[in-house]
Design a binder for this molecule. Structure first.
Ligand SMILES: Cc1cc2nc3c(=O)[nH]c(=O)nc-3n(C[C@H](O)[C@H](O)[C@H](O)COP(=O)(O)OP(=O)(O)OC[C@H]3O[C@@H](n4cnc5c(N)ncnc54)[C@H](O)[C@@H]3O)c2cc1C
Length: 588
């Protein structure tokens, strides 16, 4: 293979991971990056020696391969950070992930009571339809708990009222566990697949350190990472991309290519193709929307503001959604130990007022909000810096799957093109899944046949531990058998028949055995079985009575067993539902 012909668009986590993997197989790719540095959304910025991410980036993955790459690249510079985060609401800090007793004691008796009443009400009389996020949440957790902890923040993130967010979105993000999974977890003490993250890894000098180190490693092995190089066109012919055009230092250049891996937003990718793609594909691309993100970093003249790495802001009176405290991610982020670096995070659309605000105005606005929240006093803010990140979040509205499908169907017709990463696939991917798609795309070029669309938040894909999988299949079988409903009539008949026959045979045996006094002990049964004697006739009477009582006992036993199991499952379901919102904001 001619090395120079394998190209990658974008030097974010996905593109760099693809390049690294190709080099493991002896292929030297060229990575085109339009920005002046690598890392994409996961880069770190340097503000007069103070370092910050575009929103703090936790390094957490269930994939061995990804953890290995992080470890190998960063070595001792990869820190293990115990997570501390709170919800800030009503001038109080609530533990996050939510702890019931901490939440209730912070809210006080009256609010806690209202939460309890509205929870009970929701269980007795839920909304008949569950079309919206609001209805979905209220039905499960009660409207008061939902309004206190979930409404404001969710609306800030998505910029639309919760009664306009589809319920499927919540169901997809929260309730991903089957009842079998719930029982399995309860019985075997396994945590939810979307487990709470109590600690995470973090590079000593910010998330961007990982990508800068990976860039160095790629370049040292013979790969090229061309910065300030924007891909502006892709010519295709006969189902293959043949040439790539890019601009570097104001000059346009064109190179022939053999394979291309793209992490540019999929909606942008179709606009790069030449000849122009069919109108319906352009239309579909235009309908994919994104949420943007602004971080206003403020240098604060205080050694410490709060112990958390970040706090969620639930106060409806301010626009800020989350506040990062970068010093608590890694001390090396802040060069002066007497100062702090705070990141005020705003979710918005690209045409919103806040997006268009001038930087000094935004810094003033963010500083004011920080003091309105009583976290600083005037004069604490020394300096500030604004970074705007377009296309930060793909928006999963109710039509996106249809539009994405149209685009994917068309792109399938181009054989030597693969799309990877978060915006490249319009997927809500974290760094690890973005990286995995990059790695697998590289392996595909080397002859593998991975389905990149199968890599998502819930699937470990190649990393899946087959032994555990087999074990859980076995357990699922046992659980299904153990928790199956008992047939009351069948159990009753079986127990009735067995006890009837036992008494019948016992009586007959005593009759056959004979003696001076036949069956003196069994005879006492006639106190319960009216007309019973230890005779052949009595054996038939015993059969009838015993069948009757056995039947009744069996029926009651099956009924109570079904009832208590149903109750246990109901309780387990409610408990799991409540647990599932503990880390809801991690899933947003
Ligand atoms: C606020 C926020 C917080 C997050 N927190 C976490 C977290 O805690 N943990 C986590 O794992 N993930 C987190 N993520 C997700 C993470 O940022 C992404 O998963 C990851 O950056 C995606 O990597 P990528 O390579 O697919 O895309 P990107 O990071 O978007 O990189 C794509 C690159 O392609 C370049 N590019 C695009 N078009 C062209 C072109 N035409 N020519 C040349 N170059 C081009 C871009 O400049 C960019 O550098 C967070 C995201 C956000 C928005």
């Amino acid at each position: 293979m001619n090395n120079e012909t394998v190209v990658i668009i974008g030097a974010g986590p996905a593109g760099l991971s693809a390049a690294h993997e190709l080099l493991q197989h002896g292929v030297r790719p060229i990575v085109f990056e339009k920005a002046e540095k690598v890392g994409g959304i996961s880069r770190s910025e340097n503000f007069n020696g103070y370092l910050f991410d575009i929103g703090g980036h936790r390094f957490f993955s269930k994939s061995k391969k990804i953890n290995q790459l992080w470890q190998e690249t960063l070595g001792e510079n990869l820190l293990k950070v115990p997570r501390i985060s709170h919800i800030y609401y009503n001038d109080r800090f609530f533990k996050y992930p939510l702890h019931l007793f901490n939440a209730l004691s912070n809210l006080g008796i009256i609010e806690s009571f209202k939460i309890l009443i509205s929870y009970i009400k929701a269980q007795i009389k839920p909304f008949p339809d569950e079309d919206t996020f609001e209805q979905w949440m209220s039905n499960r957790f009660g409207s008061h708990l939902y309004k206190t902890f979930f409404e404001t923040y969710t609306e800030k993130v998505w910029g639309v009222p919760c009664d306009q967010i589809k319920a499927d979105w919540a169901a997809q993000r929260i309730n991903n566990m089957s009842l079998i999974g719930t029982i399995y977890n309860a019985l075997f003490g396994v945590q939810s697949s979307k487990s709470l993250i109590d600690e995470f890894y973090y590079p000593q000098k910010g998330a961007g350190m990982m990508w800068q180190e990976l860039q160095k490693s790629i370049e040292s092995e013979g790969g090229q990472v061309l910065l300030n190089s924007e891909v502006t066109g892709l010519s295709y012919d006969n189902g293959c991309i043949t040439n790539l055009t890019y601009t570097q230092d104001g000059n346009e250049k064109k190179i022939p290519i053999k394979h291309i891996i793209s992490s540019t937003p999929i909606s942008h990718l179709v606009s790069l193709l030449n000849p122009a793609v069919p109108e319906k594909v352009i239309e579909a691309a235009g309908k994919l929307s994104y949420r943007a993100f602004i971080i206003v970093t403020l240098i604060i003249n205080k050694e410490q503001l709060f112990p958390d790495q970040w706090i969620y802001i639930h106060e409806p009176g301010v626009s800020v959604s989350r506040i990062q405290n970068f010093k608590n991610w890694s001390k090396a982020m802040v060069p002066d130990p007497d100062k702090s670096l705070i990141g005020m995070e705003y979710f918005c659309n690209e045409n919103d007022e806040i997006w268009k605000m001038a930087d000094p105005e935004l810094i003033h606005f963010a500083s004011q909000e920080l003091s309105d929240l009583k976290l600083t006093v005037s004069g604490d803010v020394i300096d500030g810096r604004v970074v705007r990140q377009p296309k930060a979040y793909p928006v999963y509205n109710h039509e996106y799957t249809m539009h994405l499908h149209t685009i994917r169907e068309f792109l399938k017709s181009i054989e030597n093109l693969q799309t990877i990463g978060r915006n490249g696939m319009y997927r809500y991917n974290n760094m690890d899944h973005s990286m995995l798609t990059g790695i697998l795309s590289a392996q595909n070029i080397m002859g593998s046949n991975h389905d990149l669309w199968a890599v998502n938040e819930e699937q470990e894909y190649i990393e899946i531990d087959k032994a555990i999988k087999a074990d859980s299949v076995f357990s699922e079988k046992i659980i299904k058998q153990t928790f199956a409903r008992m047939d009351k009539f069948a159990i009753a008949t079986a127990i009735g028949t067995v006890s009837g026959l036992l008494m019948f045979l016992a009586t007959l045996w005593l009759v056959i055995k004979g003696g001076e006094v036949v069956g003196p002990n069994l005879k006492l049964l006639n106190q319960y079985f009216l007309g019973y004697t230890v005779t052949v006739k009595g054996a038939f009477i015993a059969l009838g009575y015993s069948f009757f009582w056995g039947f009744l006992f069996g029926w009651l036993f099956a009924y109570l067993r079904n009832f208590s199991l149903a109750f246990y499952l109901f309780w387990l379901k409610k408990k799991t539902e409540l647990l599932s919102i503990k880390d809801f904001f991690d899933l947003l």
